[in-house]
Design a binder for this molecule. Structure first.
Ligand code: HEM
Length: 480
């Protein structure tokens, strides 16, 4: 009897859930909710996110509803509505992440929070990443870049994997300042385990990547506690975010942070910094390789800087990086075209009215950065790689590679600096050819050219015949 009733009960339940998905409230945005519980998740994963969202936008307009990963969602590709969610009405939308991801990075990391804790913590993180705080790190970044590029000479490398090495080292500098007192390799290996687990199924039992990652996470926290204890005892200034966070925990009226809160934010910032910037760096090499005349012009700009360096017998400076207009536009266009964060997640903390629609409390809201960046109304011929579009002012709120508002990226200047330093050395000393014919995008979760863009790198000095650049300059700088 039970067996007979089970399908009927199941159907009734599915019907009820479906009703719930389609509330009679006529002010919900248009769209489709797919199947009960799974919604349109399979559809999203069977296509690329890019075509899923573009197709929806074509059918339903710039604000539409759907249901993915077990949650009813409102997707937004209207710049003004995205601004409301991220800026003017930001207090009515909280950040939201799967709890497994929160546990892995550390629940006290700033991006999971809203309100006073977030505001005060953000000030500290921002203080460590403002132009004034990072301008002296150019030569440290340069050292990392030069040693990495040397290891690429005359070999084939996986661009994304290599860029991850660079962005990890730079993130370590930003977080720890001087790393001389650290077991950097130990931190790196624990961090790698965490990363593997982060991208795996959240099954926490012995043998799974997730379980190994949770164990590594605990060990990394312990390691960071020891680093903090040692640095407190030594009273040596080493700079970086850690110093700022530790200074804030000295008591008095200022915000006191526990070691656990500091560790979560240290790991969180490294996490936010590494793959995003590595993905952008990979794309910029692809776009420059695909656009020979542009590579030529960027190289000319960088050779001009190099000539100044030779004249002044000096290394690359922060001011040089402020004087690279074309290279800067290439980076902006890369960030637009690749849209490293295709979208972000928020959750309505109450019923909110937006552009005449109601967003019910508890629903997820996703501002779709990529759709906005690829909208022909704001960026004519959006699929064309054209840095000159940044020569004129853009329409407000249409370019958000680093987000907008309360949670916008505090690391944007550091990310751009890394890209400028790498492009300076790479374009003036090397050429690269893409290996293999695979084109397209893979997501992991950020978009990267297929296979991570394998490239063969040659030193311009050794290149017998080059059709692009002929004016290579070799300089020997006096050590300063
Ligand atoms: C090209 C590289 C990067 C891109 C495209 C990028 C993009 C973003 C975006 C779109 C957000 C906002 C997310 C949201 O609103 O939900 C964000 C937040 C954040 N980013 Fe970045 N980011 C990059 C590099 C970095 C770097 C180098 C750092 C640190 C050194 C960093 C640290 C952070 C942090 C801590 C947050 C959270 C801020 C908060 O919640 O208040 N990012 N990033």
């Amino acid at each position: 009897m039970c067996i007979l009733l089970f399908p009927v009960a199941l159907l009734a339940l599915l019907f009820l859930i479906r009703l719930w998905h389609h509330p009679t409230n006529k002010h919900l945005p248009p769209g489709s909710m797919g199947w009960p519980y799974v919604g349109e998740t399979f559809k999203l994963y069977s296509q690329s996110p890019e075509s899923f969202f573009a197709d929806k936008q074509r059918r339903y307009g710039a604000i539409f509803k759907t249901h993915i990963l077990g949650c009813p969602c409102i997707m937004i590709s209207n710049p003004e509505a995205a601004r409301c969610v991220l800026v003017s009405q930001a207090h009515r939308f909280k950040p939201t992440f799967p709890s497994s991801k929160e546990r892995m990075i550390g629940p006290q990391a700033l991006f999971f929070h809203q309100g006073e804790y977030h505001t005060r913590l953000r000030k500290l993180v921002q203080a460590s990443l403002l132009p004034n705080a990072i301008r002296d790190s150019v030569s440290d970044i340069e050292k990392v870049v030069l040693s990495l590029l040397k290891s690429w000479e005359c070999t084939t490398v996986n661009t994304f994997h290599e860029m991850k090495k660079l962005t990890f080292e730079v993130a370590m500098l930003a977080v720890f300042g001087s790393c001389r007192d650290l077991d950097s390799e130990g931190i790196k290996s624990l961090y790698l385990s965490i990363e593997r687990g982060y991208n795996s199924m959240p099954l926490n039992f012995p043998g799974t990547s997730f379980h190994k990652a949770m164990k590594a996470r605990k060990r990394l926290s312990e390691m960071l506690r020891k680093v903090m204890a040692k640095r407190r005892a030594e009273k040596v200034t080493r700079g970086g975010l850690l110093e700022i966070l530790m200074a804030s925990s000295k008591g008095g009226k200022r915000m006191e942070l526990t070691d656990g809160q500091i560790a979560d934010n240290v790991i969180g910032v490294i996490f936010a910094a590494q793959d995003t910037t590595a993905s952008a760096l990979t794309w910029v090499l692809k776009f420059l390789r695909d656009h020979g005349p542009l590579l030529h012009s960027v190289t000319r700009e960088q050779e001009g800087i190099r000539r100044e360096m030779i004249k002044g017998n000096r290394r690359l400076t922060w001011n040089d990086t402020r004087n690279m207009p074309l290279t800067t536009r290439v980076i902006q266009e890369t960030l637009r075209a690749a849209s490293i964060l295709s979208f972000t997640f928020r959750e309505a903390v109450e019923d909110v009215e937006l552009n005449g629609y109601v967003i019910p409390k508890g629903w997820k809201v996703l501002p779709l950065f990529r759709n906005i960046h690829h909208c022909a109304e704001f960026f004519p011929e959006p699929e064309k790689f054209d840095p000159s579009r940044f020569e004129v002012p853009l329409k407000p709120n249409t370019f958000m590679p680093f987000g907008n508002g309360l949670h916008s990226c505090p690391g944007s200047e550091l990310a751009k600096l890394e890209m400028l330093v790498l492009l300076h050395h790479f374009t003036t000393k090397y050429r690269w050819d893409v290996v293999g014919k695979e084109s397209g995008v893979q997501y992991g979760p950020f978009p990267v050219p297929k296979q991570g863009l394998p490239i063969r790198v040659s030193n311009l000095r050794n290149r017998k015949s080059t059709t692009t650049i002929t004016t290579t300059t070799t300089i020997t700088l006096n050590k300063k």
